[in-house]
Design a protein around this ligand. Structure first.
Ligand code: GLA
Length: 388
């Protein structure tokens, strides 16, 4: 947990003569299931994490928005009225991008100072970038004395990611960061953008995040490749089923029927998406029925499909899932987020946690010569602003 007093002291030290007036909390996320389905109009089932990014913000008397990141130890600034195009350092594109998107949305960003401190691991597959976008957007809105409908806010943050960070992401990360609810997962229909908060009946279970400490850099080049492969598969299917608009409309049987016309790789990519959408629906149903063993089985199914068919896992993530699977009391495990590193999640009976930690310390460390970091998380509320 971040200590607000320390954040304020740090703000005053960095920006003498400026007083913080607002604090913002923007959570990271774990996706429970529904991976690489959002850009295929499918379903996702993420939750906001208790670990969050924090912003302290105060108005300034000049024309600038200046932003300091404790993670990078840098301050960047740009004119509030004209944030300008993307540039260096790379992380500055997130605050600059949301300032520009707010401006395009008709909100006039006001001069101010922002201090950012995050507990969400960077490059860890738990959406530190969406937290940064949403956190900065809410701080800038507060400084401008305005607010925005949550769905519009999520869409705006995603546009900043597309245009300023160059990442063609789906809508899951920004949505959950804004719309998370404590104790609940969010079942989001990425086609209609309608959603349902599904209670997480965890009772005697715990949700553990296992950070492989492998940064998911490869993900940024492979992500658009997967999007292209999905589109290529869709084109094949549309020759027989012209009514199909996205992989969301395709059933496993329809896909099997065109398998002969497709190369194996394209088929495998589409197979993952089509079956993952189905698994996500079933997983939401399992939660509603309190059937956590079934939920766990679906998590494993998701992981093996992401690893074997979609090709977005890595040896470290596969190892975490295999090790977890061997520990009595573990219901399920899978990689979470875009893949190629970052985090896995494990659903386990609370008393299984020490055995899981021991197994990881023994088998993961030995294989990869570095530890995996394990921490418990809970489903938290979406981003919020408070006046100091
Ligand atoms: C990244 C993207 C999301 C989603 C996931 C994979 O986190 O930002 O939009 O596509 O990958 O499920």
């Amino acid at each position: 947990m971040v200590n607000t007093g320390e954040l304020i002291d740090r703000f005053r030290g960095l920006f003498p003569g400026t007083e913080p007036v607002w604090t913002v909390r923007a959570p990271g996320r774990v996706n429970l299931i529904g991976e690489h389905t959002d850009y295929n109009d499918g379903f996702v089932l993420p939750m906001a994490m208790s670990q969050a990014l924090h912003v302290a913000a105060g108005p300034a008397a000049d024309d600038l928005i200046a932003v300091h990141s404790t993670a990078y130890g840098q301050t960047v600034s740009f004119p509030a009225a004209d944030p300008g195009p993307p540039g260096e350092p790379f992380w500055s594109n997130y605050p600059r991008g949301v300032a520009e998107m707010l401006r395009r949305e008709g909100v006039r960003p006001r001069p101010g100072r922002l201090l950012i401190h995050s507990e969400v691991p960077l490059g860890g597959g738990v959406s530190s970038s969406a937290a940064l976008e949403v956190g900065c957007a809410l701080a800038m809105l507060a400084l401008a004395g305005q607010s925005l409908d949550p769905v519009r806010l999520a869409m705006l943050a995603r546009r900043a990611e597309h245009e300023y960070a160059g990442s063609p992401c789906g809508i899951m990360d920004q949505f959950i960061c804004v719309l998370g609810r404590a104790g609940h997962a969010l079942l989001l229909d990425c086609r209609t953008q309608t959603f349902e908060h599904v209670p997480l009946p965890l009772a005697d279970r715990e949700l553990l995040v296992v950070n492989t400490q492998v940064r998911h850099e490869l993900g940024s080049s492979e992500y658009p490749v997967r999007q292209r492969q999905c589109r290529a598969g869709l084109e094949h299917i549309r020759r027989i089923h012209p009514e199909v608009r996205s992989l969301r409309d395709v059933t496993p049987a329809m896909l099997k029927a065109v398998q002969r016309d497709m190369d194996e790789l394209t088929f495998d990519r589409c197979w993952h998406v089509v079956t993952e959408i189905e698994r996500t629906r079933r997983a939401a149903e399992a939660l509603r029925e309190g059937d956590l063993p079934e939920f766990g089985r679906l998590m494993y199914g998701s992981h093996f499909s992401l690893s074997g068919k979609y090709g977005v896992s890595c040896p470290e993530l596969d190892a975490v899932v295999e090790i977890a699977r061997g520990v009595p009391g573990v219901d399920g495990a899978r990689m979470t987020g875009g893949g190629f590193g970052g985090c896995a999640i494990v659903l386990a009976h609370r008393e299984a946690e020490p055995a899981l930690r021991a197994a990881l310390a023994r088998d993961y460390d030995r294989r990869f010569a570095h530890p995996a970091l394990v921490y418990a998380t809970r489903a938290a509320d979406g981003a919020s602003v408070a006046r100091l």
